[in-house]
Design a protein around this ligand. Sequence first.
Ligand SMILES: [Fe+2]
Length: 116
Amino acid sequence: MEALRRHIYLEEEIVFPHLQRGTLMMPLMVMREEHGQLWQRIDAHAESVQNQSGEPNKVEEICPEILALLDRHNQKEEPIIYPHMDADLSSDDQEKIRDLLAGGAMPSDWVCEAMR
Ligand SMILES: [Fe+2]
């Protein structure tokens, strides 16, 4: 779940700002909206793990929901957004992304744009 949050962070803070123009504006709006849906489910998952005395099947419900959302999201994001990552990002930004994917930390108080 933390890796998923970090992934959303690197897309919204490093990748998307380079791609805002022209035909990608609409797809990026949809990507941000879906990040918000994922973020809410990740929050719900974290809450249900912490409060295990609550509903016992909550975690089992939320995990498939997250996987289904992620699947629909990736079907769009991979063909539309990812091809631009090599072409449109500076080598500095590509380095930042590699560090984050390798386990680097995002700011602890960061939330995705749709949740602000
Ligand atoms: Fe994404």
